[in-house]
Design a protein around this ligand. Structure first.
Ligand SMILES: Cc1cc2nc3c(=O)[nH]c(=O)nc-3n(C[C@H](O)[C@H](O)[C@H](O)COP(=O)(O)O)c2cc1C
Length: 302
């Protein structure tokens, strides 16, 4: 059987399949379907310093092979997460990755300090949410913004730090390098692509926020391209996500340079999707005589 273990930024993952932030909440609903210890890791819903109710509805729309969301970081706040959700998650043998957003680098740093003390395994810095005005994507689309948040979080955190990049940029490689230079231990990408859907009869946008983030199978080729570009530009490891719903999609991500692969929107359609990707990947590796290390970043370019 293929060796599925991955050492990622100093953290030992039992396998390379994680679940993407915002599509798995805090795991409670999915724990009714299967043992969460089967997963390599869980990226929890994006946390903010204070509780947030999110954006007005409608905030989800179906699109061809994907979906738009403008949830806007609805969450109970970092303190409630540490008190009410983390003890439950710690009951499983899987890595817990806290995804954080805040209005200023200082606020990001305060959250990172609290979460490292509370015992999460990694911090994922969300500088790429397209659905909030303060913070979020505003930081992630410039080298200076992404680097300033990364540096502040790295200084405050006692666990490895991963910066989650926005695909809504011209040159992903330069942002990846800026985060690496600022001290990021790893990168994750892609967050959602900014999109819009309009009711053709009325001319009114479907989402109350007018625009939202596109995810799901439709974005896979964009995500694979960006993972390849980012992973080729840095030495730190990369967690790839965006449209992964099958083992073969995960394999593409790994060839492109991802060490870990995250499953997001697919889980909303099929709660078992991450487990199916994991089991399918194991079988795929065995059938093709491939290994994770042998594939990682070794795309055979023309
Ligand atoms: C409903 C929804 C909520 C999301 N919330 C967050 C979030 O809180 N923080 C974050 O970093 N990414 C969030 N994302 C982005 C996903 O984690 C992921 O990066 C993106 O959806 C691409 O992967 P996918 O196509 O597999 O879903 C969200 C995505 C969806 C669909």
């Amino acid at each position: 059987m293929a060796d599925m273990r991955v050492s990622f930024a100093g953290v030992d993952f039992k396998n390379p399949v994680t679940v993407a932030s915002g599509t798995f909440a805090f795991g409670r609903e999915y724990a009714e379907y299967y043992d969460l210890s089967r997963l390599g890791g869980i990226c929890v819903k994006g946390l903010t310093p204070l509780p947030r109710g999110g954006n007005p509805s409608p905030r989800i729309a179906e699109t061809p092979m994907g979906m738009l969301n403008s949830v806007g970081l609805q969450n109970p706040g970092v303190d409630a997460f540490i008190r009410d959700e983390l003890p439950f998650l710690r009951g499983f043998d899987t890595k817990i990755i806290a995804n954080i957003s805040a209005p200023t680098p200082e606020d990001y740093a305060l959250m990172a300090a609290k979460l490292s003390d509370a015992g999460v395994d990694m911090i994922e810095i969300n500088v790429s949410c397209p659905n909030v005005r303060a913070g979020g994507m505003a930081f992630g689309v410039t080298c200076e913004g992404a680097a300033s948040v990364t540096a502040a979080v790295k200084k405050a955190s006692s666990v490895p730090v991963m910066t989650k990049l926005s695909p809504n940029v011209t040159d992903i490689a330069e942002i990846a390098r800026a985060c690496e230079d600022a001290g990021a231990d790893a990168l994750s990408l892609i967050n959602t692509l900014l999109g819009m859907k309009i009711d053709p009869a009325t001319g009114v946008p479907i989402l109350a926020n007018n625009t939202g983030g596109l995810s799901g199978p439709a974005v896979l080729p964009v995500a694979v391209r960006m993972v390849w570009q980012a992973a080729s530009a840095v030495k730190i490891p990369v967690m790839g996500m965006g449209g992964v719903s099958r083992a073969e999609d995960a394999a593409e991500m790994i060839w492109a340079g991802a060490s870990l692969v995250s499953v997001g929107t697919a889980t909303l359609a099929d709660p078992y999707a991450p487990v199916k990707v994991l089991e399918g990947l194991e079988k795929f590796l065995d059938e093709h005589g491939l290994t994770l290390e042998g594939m990682k970043g070794r795309v055979k370019l023309h």
